[in-house]
Ligand binder design. Structure first.
Ligand SMILES: C[S@@+](CC[C@H](N)C(=O)[O-])C[C@H]1O[C@@H](n2cnc3c(N)ncnc32)[C@H](O)[C@@H]1O
Length: 226
């Protein structure tokens, strides 16, 4: 049987526009300073030198949501993972411009880093507009699958929150089906309004604004780890 955690295929491109000189310099100078260490457990003490609530964003795109949350909660620690080079540069620009001392980045697969976080150490996990893998035969590659979700569940503390957003109707239905089958998460929606309107503290990213301009609906899911 396939174990979805082992299906680590990335969707789409790893790099896009050629980097400009300033962006190259930022990547060389700032990325090493804010990168998650290559080895060892990923704890708030190891990353920030103290005990603080930890948040983890899977696939932060160009880092707008990560930066917004980090700015909102300066006493919390934020870990973001994204393999897309231009996205990482975008996040570095946010870190530099917003003087965000509470952000650490990993350029690569989020699951590689998530595995190294001690169980129960995370307060929040974000997965916004995950790659759709629209073909049914590729469904096992979706981030919303037993393997990655078991990992998210293990790393969240009881009472912690998993936020999932999508503008893809297939992914929306798929996620509801997969998440409703889980005993370790409670869906925090009491009425349709709760998943049709953006919850407080959940900023609109450029990706989402573009989706809305194309006429897409956006669904916002919040789950509490039991
Ligand atoms: C459709 S984009 C959404 C970006 C962003 N979350 C937003 O809402 O603006 C999906 C992102 O997930 C990233 N991604 C895909 N697989 C990933 C993985 N295994 N670990 C980390 N990021 C991943 C992609 O590189 C891409 O940037």
């Amino acid at each position: 049987m396939n174990d979805p955690t082992t299906i680590r295929r990335l969707y789409g491109r790893r790099s896009g526009h050629k980097l400009r000189g300033g962006q190259e310099a930022l990547l060389e100078r700032l990325l090493p300073a804010v990168s998650v260490p290559d080895e060892g457990p990923i704890t708030s003490e190891a990353l920030f030198g103290d005990r603080r609530p930890l948040h983890f964003e899977i696939g932060f795109g160009s880092g707008e949501h990560l930066a917004y949350r980090a700015d909102l909660l300066p006493d919390h620690g934020f870990i973001g993972a994204e393999p897309f080079l231009n996205g990482v540069v975008g996040a570095l620009q946010h870190v530099r411009d917003g003087h965000l001392a509470n952000v650490r980045l990993h350029m690569g697969d989020a699951l590689d880093v998530l595995e190294r976080v001690p169980d129960g150490a995370l307060t929040m996990v974000y997965l916004l507009h995950p790659d759709p893998w629209p073909k049914a035969r590729h469904a096992k590659r979706r981030m919303v699958n037993a393997g990655p979700l078991d990992l998210v569940a293990a790393k969240l503390k009881p009472g912690g929150e998993f936020r999932l957003g999508t503008d893809d109707p297939t992914y929306c239905r798929w996620s509801m089906m997969v998440m409703n089958g889980r005993r370790d998460f409670e869906w925090l929606a009491e009425s349709a309004k709760d998943f049709l309107t953006r919850p407080g503290g959940w900023p609109e990213t450029r990706y989402e604004a573009k989706a809305r301009r194309k006429g897409h609906e956006v669904w916002y899911f919040r789950y509490r780890r039991l």
